[in-house]
Ligand binder design. Structure first.
Ligand code: ATP
Length: 358
């Protein structure tokens, strides 16, 4: 087990107009499950590949267990990586695939057998040990790739979208299995995904990247409740947080008849005329009293919940809005509903910089 630290790590690809990874500073605790998440092209795979030693670092350093490994070969970093396509050897059996890394490292035959059998038991692969990968399902192949990583007993596991080739149901099951396995082994893990649900459900902490820049690194709950900027606010959570641009009047923004105060200190010196107010779909309530009138365009019924999408006239502008409603008594398309909210459940961001104000 080991800590992992990125210090000012930067990657510039030839021909790229900006850094693929830009001064990344990230400290991962011993035994922690850290998820790197962000949209396509944000630099998450490049960050992981630099940690693995598969990509050179242009600036900064990477340390594993306190040792600077920036110039180390991949094989000398004591890491094991699980790839998206599993990268299994088709001509080898499951057992040979799992033991391959140990064999290359010159490990004793009996020890390899013992470790492969242990891993197969943990991953429920014992009866497949003599099969070739082509005779396995996608989920079973995924487990073989995991098995190959865990038999090595590395200091750090690196996983690059390991669930993306599985169907939706299997992905949910496997994500729970990987989380449970990681907790049991307590091996420091860096996991890359573009799926914010995967990030939120698996990570002890989640690091959100955009355009090569780290936006926020926090526990899933903190990230959800206190996003640092509009990008994180919109990226984490589904459906996304409502983000409404509202004029600043008399030290506050008004919306649906109530006023959300904006502390003067938060905007001192930045000359804001408007503020972006964020409110999550579940923090809006349908009321019979006064509030914001919304004309419903679409109702998505999910069983317990329904997501209601509509338009509201806010300060003379039509703005889209989504609210979570009770799925047992969902409103109907074309209806006008009235929404209320609690000011303390809203988030305020600078309309200019996108940064959180309070
Ligand atoms: P995805 O989810 O699509 O894999 P990602 O977040 O993992 O995306 P990276 O693959 O790390 O993103 O890419 C980050 C940036 O670096 C992108 O703009 C990409 O085009 C660029 N890039 C990645 N690999 C190379 C390369 N070998 N040569 C040039 N540019 C590259």
């Amino acid at each position: 087990m080991a800590t992992v630290a990125f210090h000012g790590v930067t990657k510039l690809f030839p021909g790229g107009d900006k850094a693929a990874v830009d001064h990344l500073d990230l400290h991962i605790d011993d035994g922690e499950f850290l998820v790197l998440v962000g949209p396509s092209g944000c630099g998450k795979s490049t960050s992981l590949r630099m940690l693995a030693g598969l990509e050179d670092v242009d600036k900064g350093t990477i340390a594993i267990g306190g040792n600077d490994v920036t110039e180390f070969q991949p094989k000398d970093r004591d890491i094991a990586m699980v790839f998206q396509n599993y990268a299994l050897y088709p001509h080898m059996t499951v057992g040979e695939n799992m033991g391959f890394g140990l064999r290359i490292a010159g490990e004793d035959k009996a020890e390899i057998k013992r470790r492969v059998q242990d891993a197969a038991r943990i991953l429920d692969l014992t009866k497949f040990l003599d099969r070739k990968p082509k005779a396995l399902s996608g989920g079973q192949r995924q487990r073989v790739a995991m098995g190959r990583a865990i038999v090595r007993k590395p200091q750090v596991f690196l996983m690059d979208e390991p669930l993306s080739n599985l169907d939706a149901k299997l992905r949910v099951q496997t994500r729970a299995q990987i989380s449970a396995l990681q907790r049991r082994l307590a091996t420091t893990t860096v996991y890359v995904t573009h799926d914010q649900v995967e990030a939120m459900t698996m990570g002890d902490r989640v690091a959100v990247l955009k355009d090569g820049v780290l936006q926020q690194c926090d526990t899933p709950r903190r990230m959800y409740e206190h996003p640092n900027n509009v990008f994180v606010a919109g990226f984490i959570g589904s459906p996304a947080m409502n983000l409404l641009e509202l004029p600043l009047v008399d030290g506050g923004v008004s919306f649906g008849g109530s006023v959300v105060p904006v502390p003067r200190a938060a905007i001192a010196g930045i000359g804001e005329h408007s503020v972006t107010l964020g409110v999550r779909p579940e923090d809006l309530a349908i009321t019979t009293g006064s509030g914001l009138d919304v004309t419903i365009d679409v109702v998505e019924e999910l069983g317990a919940d329904a997501y209601v999408y509509g338009q509201a006239d806010i300060h003379g502008r039509r703005q889209p809005i989504v609210v979570r409603a009770d799925g047992r008594i969902p409103p109907k398309r074309g209806e006008v509903i009235t929404l209320s909210y609690a000011a303390e459940r809203t988030h305020l961001f600078s309309t200019v910089t996108g940064e959180r104000l309070v």
